[in-house]
Design a protein around this ligand. Structure first.
Ligand SMILES: *Cc1c(COP(=O)(O)O)cnc(C)c1O
Length: 478
């Protein structure tokens, strides 16, 4: 078994990378003059077979959706159809340099233009841009637009309202644009506390950011009333669309009163996105915000696609070139493969699967907000024996071949485990997950040591998550 810590450098042996070049009898060129070369490159001498075996082994050390169920709440780790990768690997698309002139980029521009149109149809928004790299970048771009909107109107507003259940990227995006966050508490049923919202809204508020459905996996039953309250003082209503998977094809956020939103193509519309990338976080806006969209805008005139830079009120560029094209291709393929009725089924099956798990687990685990959920729900470690926390349960799941759910989020639930099965798991897998959760709970009572020592079957055992985040080792050094 290869050690997880072994790097390619440990296979180095002087002179091992011998290879033969066919002799064609052609005249050889002079080598590059010495003074133009760097000093000795720190490269390894390894054979081709060493390289293949090493990286093939490394690839099997990871856990992904292709290995087993990955119920990571909020992140929508769904199975990614392989046809997406086939399309995203077509040389006609991958070999095009982004600086190619518009006349020779009509195909790529057409794909981007139609993807934007499909996102408008799905969300009810007037215009989309595909430029932001991921959800958080979409939030940032949106808050910049919100800022510009009020500046243009000559209004000074400095507050953005965010519920206490929100993802950490929401307040971060707000702070980066110089706004102040005002937190809105959740009511005991998990919805926004409407009274607290009424008390907080005034004409200093630029916007409210709401995740819909929210990070407890609940669809806020007062959503239309919230939109009215936000709009009553001229503020904008922002939808964090990371959970669009639950309502895609069923509900259009614009119809709920949202003015601006981001979509995570790599969640709802599939793309492998473990380990922080790659992503794509398009944003959509209602009519009155379209002038502020980042440049260039992909436009169409006389059946020709072009890049429109003539947008005097635009917030400017937010990305080099036009965004993460290969993620767009995967989402485009996914949407076209499913069609309108298929997308609707995505939402329906995701919600049915989550509720199936919720009901099966509610007899065994504590559910702080136990009502019909959308595509995910939250349980916690309440009632576990002393010393057994969410972390131990999560680690033990890995021994059973499941990835852990999202843990300790949302912050308003102590010891939270946020479970999102997605639509791509069938009943047998869901049943196996339930059986495993119950088995782990029994172990917690009868054999707690096994939970504390977990995981034992993974290539890397307990990791120090704080150290890994604070002092990442990103390159090899002798
Ligand atoms: C994932 C997520 C984000 C951030 O999106 P990234 O694509 O990871 O940048 C924001 N809000 C919620 C609710 C999310 O789940």
């Amino acid at each position: 078994m290869v050690s997880a810590m072994q790097t390619i450098f440990s296979f180095h042996k002087e002179g091992r990378n011998k290879y033969t070049v066919p002799q064609f009898g052609a005249k050889s060129y002079d080598p590059i003059p010495e003074h133009l070369c760097r000093g000795k490159l720190n490269l390894v001498d390894v054979s081709e077979v060493d390289v293949v075996r090493h990286y093939r082994k490394l690839s099997s050390l990871n856990f992904g959706v292709d290995n087993g169920m990955y119920p990571l709440g909020s992140c929508t780790m769904k199975y990614n159809p392989k046809v997406n990768d086939v399309v995203a690997g077509l040389p006609q698309l991958t070999r095009q340099h982004p600086a190619t002139v518009e006349e020779l980029s009509q195909g790529s521009l057409q794909i981007m233009y139609s993807l934007q149109e499909m996102l408008c149809a799905i969300t009810g928004m007037k215009q989309f841009t595909l430029m932001p790299s991921a959800g958080a970048h979409g939030e940032l771009t949106s808050v910049m637009i919100i800022k510009k909107y009020f500046e243009t109107k000559g209004e000074k507003r400095n507050i953005i309202l965010i519920p206490d259940s929100a993802h950490g990227t929401n307040p971060a995006s707000v702070a980066m644009c110089g706004f102040t966050v005002k937190e809105i508490p959740s009511a005991s049923n998990g919805d926004v506390d409407i009274h607290a919202l009424r008390a907080a809204i005034d004409d200093n508020v630029a916007a409210m950011m709401l995740t819909s459905p929210n990070t407890l996996g609940l669809f806020d039953r007062n959503i239309m009333a919230i939109a009215d309250i936000v709009h009553s003082k001229g503020a904008l209503f922002y939808c964090d669309g990371a959970n669009l998977n639950a309502i895609v094809g069923k509900v259009r956020p614009a119809d709920l009163g949202f003015d601006i939103m981001h979509v995570n193509l790599h969640k709802t519309f599939s793309t492998p996105h473990g380990g922080g990338g790659p992503g794509s976080g398009p944003i959509g806006v209602v009519e009155k915000l379209t002038h502020f969209m980042p440049v260039p805008v992909i436009a169409k005139k006389d059946n020709q696609y072009y890049l429109d830079y003539d947008r005097p009120q635009s917030i400017g560029r937010v990305h080099s070139y036009y965004g993460n094209f290969l993620v767009m291709l995967r989402a485009y393929t996914y949407i076209l493969m499913l069609g309108a009725s298929g997308l609707k089924q995505v939402a329906e099956h995701a919600v049915v699967n989550a509720n199936y798990l919720r009901v099966k687990l509610q007899k065994h685990f504590n559910l702080p907000y136990n009502r019909i959920c959308m595509h995910e729900f939250v349980i916690n470690d309440e009632g576990m024996p002393d010393g057994i926390t969410t972390n131990e349960i999560a680690r033990r799941l890995h021994d059973y071949g499941f990835h852990a759910p999202t843990v300790y989020f949302p912050l308003i639930v102590h010891g939270a485990m946020m479970i999102e099965p997605t639509e791509t798991e069938h009943k047998d897998t869901l049943d196996a997950f339930v059986d495993t959760m119950i088995a782990i709970k029994n172990e917690a009572h009868t054999n707690p040591e096994i939970l504390k020592a977990a995981p034992q079957t993974t290539p890397v055992r307990k990791v120090d998550a704080v150290l890994a985040a604070r002092k990442p080792v990103l390159k090899w050094e002798e």
